[in-house]
Write a protein that binds this ligand. Structure first.
Ligand code: SF4
Length: 480
């Protein structure tokens, strides 16, 4: 096993702060594996999220409110403001967790950030670290920043990664250590501050770069921290779709060698005996990669690998054989990007399925004893009252039970999505981007030909709350 270098500039600590994990963090574990196996540097991972979750026993209302975190970050900057008891508790817990990490060994601390809650904690922790160790380099990365680098205006952050973190993190370490940079793809960018200005670090571009996805290294986590461990894996990367609301589209599809995936599953099963594996394979398993999946299933059977697994997918392209194979190989749950019951909306969203096809697939899953979790989006551009009524009927009359559940989201336009980049195509006349306290555009206002934003916002929020009420108390704990 690779050991930390004597030169602390060569070492990086990778942190994930999502405070609710039942699974090992996937992204930082994959970057660690790349850094330790393919570079001269050394990386270690720390799941800050699971430690926070263990220590914070707040009531539901108090639980890790983003506003609380924002307040603390604000007060850390403005020493004249007083902390509340809740804020003091947060700081005390974070400090006590930090004391258990040997920060002296690392001059570079990387944070993987996928949600606003993680963002709040990452800023707070990096602020505390920077106060104590001003020379340490703080690196932020994650899908939240793919279309916005303004987060660098926060003084505690030194580098920002856009795109994939493998060669990109390596290049940051090369830059810090004055080693010439490696070639990278043009989508993988690095920003830093020069004379207080956000500046792009020029990397050598090679579009033909095609690194295979590294196998994640979970060795830094303690299995006992996780109550019912599920192990995340991703062996198909890239999507091949371009759903209009999504900013994570159109990436070239890359797959891992299946023999390697099978060896990895064997190793992880033996080492951790997890409750299940979760395959995060970019929603394109069956519809875009059926042959690859069938080969994977055959290898599972050939190797007599009895596992339970959950996976995410689009509800499209399933046939009888697919269901039989899913059942036979241990599939217990599929997360479907169902999105909407109205075909007009599905069409405008550029989803690959129609509502009835998706419902047929979901019903068939239940016949095969495979649970389903449907992601549903309300408030899409130009959703009419009639369409909302159809949604309401669908939510009210469907037989939601332990096999079939729904997660409801409210639509918002994200930079990088087709609806944002080509907004006129969607009947939008004007977009206004709002920034949060943390300088990340979270809320996007838009006017359409017939309505202005305030009207749209009010209707959408009311509708969303109405759906949540209708669905209240019917949620199941899908991991069970
Ligand atoms: S929503 Fe899923 S399927 Fe659609 S573009 Fe995004 S990642 Fe691809």
């Amino acid at each position: 096993m690779k050991e930390p270098s004597q030169n602390i500039n060569y070492n990086i600590l990778l942190i994930d702060c999502y405070p609710n994990q039942t699974t090992f963090p996937l992204n930082i574990s994959t970057i660690k594996s790349y850094i330790n196996n393919k570079t001269i540097f050394f990386a270690k991972c720390f799941d800050f999220g699971i430690k926070i979750k263990k220590h914070l026993n707040f009531t539901k209302e108090q639980e890790l409110k983003l506003s609380t975190i924002e307040e603390i970050v604000n007060k850390l900057r403005n020493k004249n403001l007083e902390y509340t008891n809740l804020e003091k508790k947060h700081i005390h817990i974070i400090n006590s967790i930090l004391k258990k990490i040997d920060l002296e060994k690392y001059n570079n601390i990387g944070f993987s950030i996928m949600s606003t809650k993680t963002l709040g904690y990452s800023i707070l922790i990096s602020r505390i670290i920077k106060n104590k160790y001003p020379t340490k380099n703080i690196i932020f990365g994650g899908s939240m920043f793919n279309y916005n680098n303004k987060i660098l205006t926060n003084s505690e952050i030194d580098f920002l990664v856009q795109g994939e973190g493998f060669t990109t993190v390596e290049n940051i370490l090369n830059h810090i250590n004055k080693i010439s940079l490696k070639h990278n793809s043009k989508n993988n960018k690095i920003y830093y501050k020069q004379n207080n200005k956000i500046t792009e670090l020029k990397q050598k571009i090679n579009e033909n770069i095609s690194e295979s996805i590294p196998i994640p290294d979970f060795d830094d986590y303690d299995k006992n921290d996780y109550s019912e461990l599920t192990i995340p894996m991703r062996f198909i990367e890239g999507c091949g779709f371009n759903c209009s609301f999504c900013s994570d589209h159109n990436k070239k599809i890359k797959t891992q060698k299946l023999e390697t995936v099978i060896e990895q599953i064997k190793y992880l099963k033996k080492k951790y005996n997890p409750k299940a594996f979760i395959f995060y394979n970019n929603n394109n398993v069956i519809v875009k990669n059926k042959k690859y999946f069938l080969k994977f299933a055959l290898l599972l059977l050939k190797n007599n690998l009895r596992i339970n697994y959950y996976m995410q997918d689009n509800p499209s392209g399933y046939d009888e054989l697919t269901f039989k194979i899913l059942k036979k190989t241990g599939c217990k749950l599929i997360f479907f990007g169902f999105e909407n019951i109205n075909d007009e909306i599905l069409h405008a969203m550029k989803k690959p399925h129609k509502a009835q096809e998706a419902l047929n697939i979901i019903n068939k899953c239940h016949q095969y004893n495979i649970k389903t979790l449907m992601f549903y989006m309300t408030g899409f551009i130009n959703e009419t009252d009639e369409m909302f009524q159809k949604t309401k009927n669908f939510i009210t009359t469907n037989n939601w039970n332990k096999n079939n559940q729904i997660e409801i989201f409210l639509f918002g336009i994200r930079p990088g999505s087709d609806a944002f980049d080509n907004y006129e195509k969607y009947g939008i006349t004007k977009i206004k981007v709002e920034k949060t306290f943390f300088n990340i555009p979270i809320t996007y206002n838009y006017n359409t030909k017939n309505k202005d934003w305030n009207e749209i916002k009010k209707t959408n929020e009311n509708n969303y709350n109405e759906l949540l009420k209708l669905y209240h108390n019917k949620k199941f704990k899908y991991m069970n």
